[in-house]
Write a protein that binds this ligand. Structure first.
Ligand SMILES: *[C@@H]1O[C@H](CO)[C@@H](O)[C@H](O)[C@H]1NC(C)=O
Length: 425
């Protein structure tokens, strides 16, 4: 269109009438020059100017100068405009990057063309989702506490009410022994709050709020677990990574020296060996199917929802929301089962799965009590390894086993673990 109209108007504007160019004619000339430059530009850069580097933009000014046969004056006049354009270009590129990230985050990105894969072996998908923008207004009081307690924007967090007071003391005594300063107890009642304060333990007392508070006071293990996911959300919104810890855990080394921090959720496993903890192909046999009797299945033992590291990302917050939502809608469900279902089940008809990145912690460093009592204590080599934590999740006589773990790993009492059965009796 423009290419066809340009020359016609040029003739009309510079016709041999002898009259000086009217204002209208000058506008026409200006338009024509602009259009001509545009054509030259379109010819030279069919992809557009937007994504070119500043070097090629300067080249552009040189080339247009010769191709469009305009005076070099005019080209010189264009240069400031070009620089301006360059700046806008950079700004625009930045905005496009941000936008594409936002699109990705909102799960609506149809921007297949944004990324160019490198050669085989060099391509790596995103595990490190970007962290959320910290929002102090969510809970200014907690924000202040975290500013003081956290180290490098991360900390250990545990929830406790008076039911677990004795175990809590063992818990924080060992954290102190290891020399970890960045930990916080979320006190669910006054008793625990004052107990922490009198022991110099960083504590945060939730503001009493209806519903939640009654669970907090009287709730058993599982009820408190549901509350945990709602409380944790605020920590993430404030921009902190949380190492969530149950109370029946002994810290033997600083856990922050043993995290990968490359996933939305990095969790200890309920598995008892490499296969069960890290996943395996479990072949299901149905002989009546003859030739096709074997069906391969993917299996992995659940993540332990009592000890995981969670980064302040959108998928991580979505996970907490999904788990908390389901626990309130399905009060009989077990939080650990729900936590795992949300993490692992893929999208399918009628269901949209969570897209969070996950990492299973080393089972000998972040050890559950089944691994310890079934395997490690009987294995001469494994006995020599000092775990980062031991979680008494598999045994009801928690306090006794916790104390034995301290005797064995801290006080070097070699037979401290011996008198316990593998499981409960
Ligand atoms: C279990 O996995 C670890 C780490 O991948 C490996 O070093 C170890 O040899 C494995 N153990 C067994 C028994 O396969």
């Amino acid at each position: 269109m423009t290419g066809r109209h340009g020359p016609l108007m040029l003739r009309g504007g510079s016709g041999g009438s002898g009259k000086p160019l009217s204002r209208g004619s000058r506008i026409v000339v200006a338009v024509v020059v602009g259009v001509a430059l545009g054509c030259a530009c379109a010819f030279l850069y069919p992809d557009g100017l937007l994504f070119r580097s500043s070097a090629s933009a300067l080249q552009w000014s040189r080339q247009v100068g010769s191709v469009a046969c305009e005076s070099s004056d005019r080209v010189t006049n264009l240069k400031p405009q070009l620089i301006l354009l360059e700046r806008e270009n950079t700004e625009l590129k930045k905005q496009i990057n941000e936008l594409s990230m936002k699109l990705q985050l909102s799960g609506q990105g149809k921007n297949e063309a944004m990324y160019k894969p490198g050669p085989p072996g060099t391509v790596k998908a995103l595990r490190m989702n970007p962290t959320v923008l910290p929002d102090e207004s969510v809970n200014p009081r907690l924000a202040k506490i975290l500013e003081e307690v956290a180290v490098k924007k991360e900390l250990i967090v545990a929830l406790a009410n008076s039911n677990v007071r004795e175990m809590l003391e063992v818990w924080f005594t060992n954290i102190k022994r290891v020399g970890v300063p960045n930990y916080l107890v979320v006190a669910l009642d006054d008793n625990i709050e004052s107990f922490c304060k009198s022991n110099d333990v960083p504590v945060y007392r939730r503001d009493p709020d209806e519903g939640v508070d009654s669970i907090a006071k009287t709730g058993g293990n599982h009820a408190v677990s549901g509350l945990k996911f709602r409380i944790l959300r605020e920590f993430l919104q404030l921009g902190y990574s949380i190492l969530l810890s149950d109370i029946d855990i002994i810290f033997l080394r600083n856990p922050f020296d043993h995290l990968y921090r490359d996933s939305d959720v990095e969790s200890m496993s309920d598995g008892h060996n490499n296969m069960t903890a890290y996943g395996f192909n479990d072949v299901f046999d149905e002989p009546s199917m003859g030739w096709a009797r074997y069906a391969h299945t993917m299996r992995i033992w659940v993540y332990n929802s009592g000890f995981f590291y969670i980064r302040p990302t959108i998928p991580a917050i979505e996970l907490l929301d999904r788990v908390a939502g389901r626990l309130s809608r399905e009060p009989k469900s077990w939080d650990q089962a729900v936590f795992n279902e949300e993490l692992f089940f893929p999208s399918h008809p009628g269901y949209e799965g969570l897209h969070a990145s996950r990492r299973t912690m080393d089972i000998y460093l972040f050890m559950n009590s089944k691994v310890l009592f079934k395997t490690v204590r009987k294995d001469a080599q494994l006995r020599k390894l000092k775990p980062v934590i031991v979680h008494s999740n598999y045994h009801p006589d928690k306090l006794d086993r916790m104390k034995a773990v301290i005797e064995f790993y801290v006080n070097g009492k070699q037979n401290a673990l011996e008198h316990f059965p593998d499981g409960s009796e």
